[in-house]
Structure formats: C-alpha cells, structure tokens
Design a protein around this ligand. Structure first.
Ligand code: SF4
Length: 293
C-alpha cells in the first residue's frame, strides 16, 4: 500500500509542553500529593494512561469547576485547554497547590477577551459547546460574551443596542478555519461593525492546510486520534470537504480491512493530541498491507 505521510501531523508544542510539565511534576518528590489533573490533559486516552502509570490521577467531568469539588488536598494541574479564573480561585481557596499547563496560544485568547471587555466590547466567541476551552474563555468575561457554534446560534442572539454598537468576534483555537470563516461571514452580514479576531492556533491551521494540499489524490485519509479531540475531528472534516477524500478516524490500530478494500494510496495524519507512537504503528501497518489485486 502506498502511504502518504502528511506533514506536519500529530503532537503540537502545546501538548508536548503540557505532558512534559505533568511528567516533571510526577517525578518531583516536593510536590504535595495526591496529584490530580482537572479534566483530560489532552483528548487522548493513551497519553492519559501513561500519566496514570506515573501516579497522576485524571478527574473528568462536564465542567472544570465541578471536577475541582472532588479534590480536598494535594496538587491540581490545569490542562492545556485553560481554565476560568473561578476555577483557579476555588483551587486557591481550598489550599491546593496549582500547576497551570495552559497552552500559551489559549492564554492569548484569555488576554484578548479581557482586553476587549475592558475596552467596552461585547464578544461573540465562535467555539464548540461543552468543550473545556470555551468554558475557560467564557469564564474570563462572563456576562460580556456569547458562545456561538453555527449560524442558528447567531440567529438566536438577542443583543442589546449597546452590545451591537461595540461588538468583537473571537474564536476557539482548534476549529476548522473554513467553518469558522463561514460563521464569521454570517455574523458580519448581520453585524458588519463587528471587529474580527481569529484565534485558531498555528498548529491547527498548518495541520489542516497540510491535509488539503497533501491528501489530494489519495483514495482514503486515515486520521489517528481520539473521538473527543476537536482538532482530530476537524482533520476528518477537512479531508472530506476540502480535499474531497473520504476519511476515517481511528484510535490505535483499529484499522478495519474493509476500509482498505480497493484502495491503493492512503494518506495518514494525526490530531495534535495523538502520541507519535500510535501514528507510527498505523503507518507501519498500512505500508505492509497488500491491497487485493
Ligand atoms: S492545538 Fe493549538 S492551542 Fe491546542 S495545545 Fe496545541 S498549539 Fe496549543
């Protein structure tokens, strides 16, 4: 089987740094125990298993604030997705040792929305509902921001005259840049005065652009990553909608032979939270696969 190894793919610097910080913390005997991660450090169960084996406990749940309620002592690590100031304050009030693994690209958005609100803006934040990153950003400026995922959410907005007058748009870091553009264009048709800030990170953009450019001509794109990883799911979408190549998302080597039936060229990429080892296994499997003649 001919395999196109799409590049860049896989771990981004934000994920690498967050994992490194957790590993260092786990090895440091001076850090108060137990050590908890509030939410999934990255959306990949293999990466989480590695940290569990180092003695770090991952707590998951729908909201960071409610997850934190489970912790009464020790150390809490905030994930690369960022957390709201409320979560940080509650952790301090509980006397917990806090370690922040927020990706610098997410911090940029936190700083931006705070600055915008300080300058009198109301914000429309384009992002995914129930994803931890919007939870943290919205918590920075609650009451001055609305989360919109699509055009229907924009239609449902009931903005006051004051909010309309000074409106800004900000975005989640891991969205599809083309979907985001579509939603922003729609917002601009209703609110042409809105000031646009696109905060999709460079790692997400470059991985999406690489799929569009390099998957073309393949019979199938295999995206290695976890179903909860937003940027992984966006790579599947980008392959299908922009490169015109059918795509499957897999976790570990769950390759189903029927996916490969009749395929001669397969492109492989991976989400920003996918360990390289998993992607290497998939590539090895495909390179050794003999298509039926
Ligand atoms: S995907 Fe982007 S924002 Fe998220 S951790 Fe990686 S570099 Fe940071």
């Amino acid at each position: 089987m001919e395999v196109i190894k799409i590049s860049p793919r896989g771990y981004c610097y934000g994920v690498v740094d967050a994992l490194q910080l957790v590993r260092q913390t786990a090895k440091d005997p001076s850090v108060p125990r137990p050590i908890y991660i509030i939410g999934l450090i990255v959306h990949n169960r293999h990466a989480i298993e590695e940290l569990t084996n180092l003695g770090v406990i991952t707590l998951d749940g729908p909201e960071r604030a409610s997850i934190l309620e489970q912790v009464t002592e020790g150390t809490v690590i905030f994930t690369a997705h960022g957390v709201s100031p409320l979560v940080k304050r509650r952790a301090r009030e509980r006397g917990l040792n806090c370690i922040d693994a927020t990706c610098p690209d997410v911090t940029v958005t936190h700083d931006l929305v705070r600055d915008l609100v300080a300058n009198g803006y109301y914000i429309l934040y384009v992002g995914k509902k129930w994803h931890p990153e919007p939870e943290g950003v919205l918590g920075e400026v609650s009451g001055h921001i609305s989360l919109v995922e699509d055009e229907a959410d924009v239609d449902a907005l009931r903005l006051t005259g004051e909010q309309r007058a000074k409106l800004a748009i900000s975005t989640q870091t891991t969205l599809s840049q083309w979907d985001t553009r579509r939603v922003i264009d729609y917002i601009k048709t209703l609110y042409p005065q809105a000031e646009v800030h696109i905060d999709i990170c460079a790692a997400t953009q470059s991985r999406q652009e690489a799929v569009v450019a390099q998957a073309k001509g393949a019979d199938l794109t295999v995206v290695v990553g976890d179903p909860r990883s937003n940027n992984t799911n966006r790579l599947v979408q980008v392959s299908e909608e922009l490169a015109g190549v059918p795509a499957v998302r897999i976790d570990l080597s769950q390759m189903k032979p029927e996916w490969l039936k009749g395929k001669k060229r397969v492109a492989v990429t991976a989400g920003a939270s996918t360990p390289s080892q998993l992607t290497r296994e998939v590539i090895r499997y495909l390179e050794q696969y003999q298509p039926e003649m």
